[in-house]
Design a protein around this ligand. Structure first.
Ligand SMILES: [Zn+2]
Length: 275
């Protein structure tokens, strides 16, 4: 994989989601996908910032429409027209499900009302409401209450775990809630080790990966950024020197870098992994 591909990496398989408990809940849902070509609906994914709620919802919706999903894993093929067409610019396209993605940071009550009218009886609509908690203006959540009682299609919503309380209680109660947990440092190290040894082709000792994960505060996004820099080197290698260069701190060669504070600030802003 090229450095930009590593930097912008997003999960394309259900096994890309780490954490034992997360795997268990994902397995249950993908059995539905494999056996019934269907998902429980409405579904609500909650989880910490930056750990894949949006990517997971999209992957499930891709799996529903993919022409050649993997028969064992349910993974979408990522190459058929249905898979390749799944970008927000192609909103309201797809077959057998018409995929509709709504970014609730942008939506207002009138748009939600229109959506509810348009799809109330549409069994072939698969709607994804991202960042549902952001729908707090002027009773914008209320129209969804009746809609969810009637809607025969598939609806998935995502909210950040610590914003769950911003959903009005009758709306919360209508969903089947799937809680995604932040992976442990060990989960992330194991995952990165597998990727580095595999398609990312980066030489990285386990111990160096442990330091990477620890020093980034288990920030997956920052790990990807540093591994992309490692892939720019020749040979493609992650070592302590690169970690010091990118994260600041003591350098083995004695050349102190003084930009730890800057980088820490940037990390916060850039923490958008998988969203
Ligand atoms: Zn496909």
């Amino acid at each position: 994989m090229t450095p930009p591909e590593i930097r912008g990496w997003r999960p394309t398989r259900f096994d890309d989601f780490v954490g034992t408990r997360n795997r268990r809940v994902i397995d249950r849902l993908r059995r539905n996908l494999l056996v019934n070509r269907r998902l429980p609906s409405p579904l609500l994914f909650t989880g910490p910032f930056g750990y894949g709620k949006t990517s997971l919802a999209r992957l499930f919706l891709l799996g529903l429409n993919c022409s050649h999903p993997d028969k064992l894993t349910g993974d979408p093929c990522m190459t058929c027209p249905q898979c390749r067409g799944f970008v927000p610019a192609n909103n309201r396209t797809g077959h057998p499900y018409l995929r509709v993605e709504v970014d609730c940071t942008q939506a207002r009550r009138p748009q939600i009302i229109r959506l509810c009218r348009e799809f109330r009886l549409d069994a072939n609509a698969a709607i994804f409401l991202d960042e549902l908690h952001r729908l707090h203006e002027n009773h914008a959540q209320e129209p969804l209450l009746k809609f969810l009682e009637d809607f025969p299609g598939i609806l998935i919503a995502a909210v950040m775990a610590d914003r769950y309380a911003e959903l009005i209680p009758p709306l919360r109660e209508r969903f089947e809630t799937v809680r995604l947990e932040p992976p442990t440092a060990a989960d992330v190290v194991a995952f990165l080790a597998e990727k580095c040894a595999g398609e990312w082709r980066i030489h990285a000792e386990d111990r160096t990966l442990q330091t990477l994960v620890q020093r980034t505060g288990i920030s997956f996004r920052t790990c990807l950024k540093i591994l992309a820099a490692a892939a720019e080197r020749d040979p493609r290698q992650l070592d302590g020197e690169l970690l010091d260069d990118m994260l600041g701190g003591p350098s083995a060669s004695g050349s102190g870098s003084g930009h730890e504070g800057d980088e820490a600030g940037e990390v916060e802003d850039d923490e958008l992994f998988l969203e």
